[in-house]
Design a binder for this molecule. Sequence first.
Ligand code: FAD
Length: 329
Amino acid sequence: MPNEIWVLAEHQDGKIKKIVFELLSAAIDFSKKTVQEVAALLLGSGLEEAVKSLTPFADKIYLMEDPVFIPYTSDTYLTGIAPLIKEHQPSILLGGATSTGKDLFPRLAMHLQTGYVPDCTGLSFGENGKLVAKRPLFGGKVFAEIVFSEARPQMATVRNNTFLVNDKPDRTAKVISVSAQIAPSIIKKKVTGFEKAAGAKLDITEADIVVAAGRGIKAPENFKIIEDLAETIHASVGTTRATVDEGWRDLKDQIGKSGKNISAKLYMAFGISGAIHHVLGISTCKTVVAVDTDPNALIFNYADYGIVGDLFQIVPALTEELKRVLASE
Ligand SMILES: Cc1cc2nc3c(=O)[nH]c(=O)nc-3n(C[C@H](O)[C@H](O)[C@H](O)COP(=O)(O)OP(=O)(O)OC[C@H]3O[C@@H](n4cnc5c(N)ncnc54)[C@H](O)[C@@H]3O)c2cc1C
């Protein structure tokens, strides 16, 4: 009987991604209800720090240490992971809905002839301990709850910032080294290098501080004052669907039900009314500051600090004051 929940421990240069700790935290909660062990699946080389950071979050770490896994390619990961899954038959395999997760998981599911739910915004357990994967459909108009009838493992990729990271994880993982059998002939792709997009800032899902403006900003060029504020406090810039639909901002910066979930320590919303579709994406932010001219704007129901006022006066004044304070530190 399969009795392990596995999480793919995706990393960048040996630094484990936050979504991995979120998934392991959720897996620990599930494991208590369903008496399963939690395992991290780690591939790459030079992974001492990665192993150390994963140890309190899992009962086991399946470690495939081999430079062939650097950088990621679906050929090597698929060939490394698939036999291990067949051997151990975990009941669940989870990963982040990242570019790696979105590339690898469908291939793996196809190879294993099992079910896969992409881009989930929630996971729970239903009848007989079966995984229930929740995901938006039709641009977020409806949410589907999907149950895996027979096929195992139950596979899902989950959006960033869906779960809180357990700040007191209490496991002590046993490391199980697995040798990778990767014949050079299976590697059909070669990564020749990485290029950072010009002016790229930290993605809103990873940023500690996010400043965002909605339709209240009135025109795309007015985002300049939001960008100046962001620059001053090393924040990333988010937005609402209203401005994305207007073509003022890119979809990758949209926060909310049909955009991204963020989990910033500080979220500042300017000229954002606080529609439910938007605030669903900020539910794990620690401190929310809102500025809106309408005292009845719904955003104030979710804000820790609110200012009723004109963003065109408040944002430049705030930026100047923050520059002054930061310069004097
Ligand atoms: C299926 C579905 C999915 C959706 N998904 C998303 C999603 O993922 N993310 C999302 O954001 N929305 C989403 N929406 C849209 C959502 O319902 C709202 O329409 C949208 O969030 C509103 O954006 P907004 O707050 O920028 O604009 P508005 O609701 O128009 O609010 C603008 C605010 O600016 C204030 N304002 C105006 N001038 C000023 C000023 N000078 N200074 C300060 N404040 C000012 C106004 O008082 C108002 O409160 C979705 C809708 C549907 C139907």
